[in-house]
Ligand binder design. Structure first.
Ligand SMILES: Cc1cc2nc3c(=O)[nH]c(=O)nc-3n(C[C@H](O)[C@H](O)[C@H](O)COP(=O)(O)O)c2cc1C
Length: 185
C-alpha cells in the first residue's frame, strides 16, 4: 500500500470532481489517498510515496495556488512518482495548433515550477454554463461556437471520459507497485 497525495486546483469545480474520481480509484486499489484543494494551502509533500496534481486551464494558465504549491514542494515531486492531470477543453478540438498550444502551456508550467512530472495527461473538462456569470457564459458560448462546440447555455456539458480517467489511475497505481516511473509528457 502506498501513501498518495492528490492535490488539485479548480476554478469552477470540475477539476475537483476529476480529482475526487482519481482519488476514489486509487483508494479502491487499497492505497491511502489524501485529497487536497490547493486553495487551502496544501500539505507538505514529504512522506508521500506518490503525488497526483490536477489543474485546469483558464485563459492559458493554471491556478496560481497549484504553481505555488508545486514550486514549494519541488524536492519531493522530483523524487517520487508523479502525474500531472491537465484539465482543459482545447483537447476536444483535435486541432494541431491547439494541441501545440496546450503542450506549450504544460512546458511553461514545468519551466515556471521546475517540476518534471513522471507522466502528464490531458483530461477533457466541462462547460458549466449554468454556473457561469452572465458575461462569462456569453464569452464561453462565443469560444465554443468558434471551436464548433456546444452552445446551449441552458445546460452544462461534461466531457471527461471517466472510464479513461479510472484507467489512468489504475495504471499509475500499478506503476507505483512496480517501482519508478519513466519520464513522459
Ligand atoms: C474563463 C475560462 C477560460 C478557459 N480557457 C481555456 C483555455 O485557454 N484553453 C482550454 O483548453 N480550456 C479553457 N477553458 C476550459 C476549462 O479548462 C474547463 O472548463 C475546465 O473544465 C475548468 O475546470 P474547473 O471547473 O476545475 O475550473 C476555459 C474555461 C473558462 C471558464
Amino acid at each position: 500500500m502506498s501513501r498518495i497525495l492528490v492535490l488539485y486546483g479548480t476554478t469552477d469545480g470540475h477539476t475537483a470532481k476529476v480529482a475526487r474520481a482519481f482519488r476514489e480509484q486509487l483508494a479502491l486499489g487499497g492505497h491511502q489517498v489524501d485529497l487536497v484543494d490547493a486553495a487551502s494551502g496544501g500539505p507538505d509533500a514529504t512522506g508521500y510515496d506518490a503525488v497526483a496534481v490536477a489543474a485546469s486551464v483558464h485563459a492559458s494558465g493554471y491556478q496560481r495556488e497549484v504553481i505555488q504549491w508545486v514550486s514549494a514542494n519541488l524536492g519531493v515531486l522530483n523524487r517520487v512518482p508523479t502525474i500531472f492531470l491537465s484539465v482543459c477543453l482545447g483537447v476536444l478540438q483535435h486541432d494541431p495548433k491547439v494541441d501545440r498550444d496546450l503542450q506549450d502551456l504544460i512546458a511553461s508550467f514545468q519551466r515556471a515550477t521546475g517540476w518534471l512530472p513522471s507522466q502528464t495527461r490531458l483530461i477533457a473538462g466541462a462547460l458549466l454554463y449554468t454556473q457561469y456569470s452572465f458575461v462569462k457564459r456569453l464569452m464561453m458560448r462565443g469560444i465554443a461556437r468558434k471551436a464548433g462546440g456546444d452552445t446551449d447555455t441552458s445546460r452544462d456539458y461534461e466531457y471527461t471520459d471517466w472510464d479513461e480517467l479510472r484507467q489512468i489511475a489504475n495504471t499509475f497505481a500499478g506503476q507505483l507497485n512496480g517501482g519508478r516511473l519513466s519520464q513522459s509528457a
